[in-house]
Write a new protein. Structure first.
Length: 268
């Protein structure tokens, strides 16, 4: 991988009010001045490993092969938790061993994982509270310089890493039970119900129940619904979404992450 083609993506819970995201970029540019750095998001809810796992699962494929993805949501920073470097589907992933990579493993996208142990990445100057900047960024730039994963530390089995507890939708006779997974900037509500692959067929949609609300409108796009009205659609990542045309669905419904939903099904 040559320096001219290096692309890093950043997925963190750092926010933008503090200098942490900027310092992380500085560490990457120090090791690879010509790199392209893409802020996937710095708005993962604090310590929310599951949202980070879903975000990288639904986003990495939009980048060129050999992109290096740093996913830094690290409530265990400074503890004995490992730092992982993984390869799969033509991409590289660097993250703490806390469940962030588990959905990629479950999707059979990861081919190899190594635990970062090489002493070069743990000098005395490493901050115990900012491994993203002081350890993971140097690991990323080492990969750009063609350092093999084997040189970062020992290989570990896919089954040995921590797995995130991601509630899955449950099929019952005539219905599908799920929950609110996340709420985006527009107030659109992503559920944990994925479309296709035997999980959910939009042709069987009857209506969706959330709280004391029943939503029967199922459309392909927002504008098909009347302004301000609630609808259900499939979002850009293949998840069932509750939205409102030019309005904030989460505010209209008063819902939060984890709230239960029921999709009532009809026969095709």
């Amino acid at each position: 991988m040559g320096n001219n083609s290096a692309i890093f993506t950043l997925t963190t819970d750092f926010g933008l009010q503090d200098p942490y995201a900027g310092q992380l970029k500085g560490a990457l540019l120090k090791g690879c001045p010509s790199a392209t750095i893409v802020d996937l998001t710095h708005a993962i809810p604090a310590w929310d490993v599951v949202t980070a796992a879903v975000t990288i699962r639904t986003s990495y494929t939009f980048f060129p092969p050999a992109t290096i993805h740093l996913i830094i949501v690290d409530p265990g920073v400074g503890s004995q938790r490992a730092i992982l470097a993984a390869a799969g589907d033509g991409h590289f992933f660097i993250a703490p061993d806390n469940g962030i990579l588990s959905l990629l493993v479950a999707d059979h996208k990861i081919e190899s994982i190594h635990r970062v142990e090489h002493p070069a990445f743990f000098p005395a100057t490493v901050s115990p509270t900012f491994h993203g900047r002081d350890v993971m960024a140097p690991v990323a730039t080492a990969l750009v310089k063609s350092r093999a994963l084997d040189d970062l530390g020992p290989s570990v089995s896919l089954g040995s890493i921590r797995m995130a507890i991601v509630p899955s939708a449950v099929h019952q006779p005539g219905s599908l039970h799920g929950q609110v997974q996340r709420i985006d900037h527009f107030g659109n509500i992503r559920t944990n119900i994925r479309v296709g692959g035997g999980r959910f067929d939009p042709a069987t949609f009857g209506f969706l129940e959330i709280g004391n609300q029943r939503i029967s409108q199922f459309f392909q796009t927002y504008h098909q619904a009347k302004a301000g009205s609630l609808l259900v659609l499939v979002d850009s990542s293949g998840y069932l979404e509750i939205a409102a045309n030019r309005a904030n669905a989460a505010e209209l419904l008063g819902c939060t992450s984890g709230d239960p939903i029921i999709v009532h099904l009809v026969q095709k």
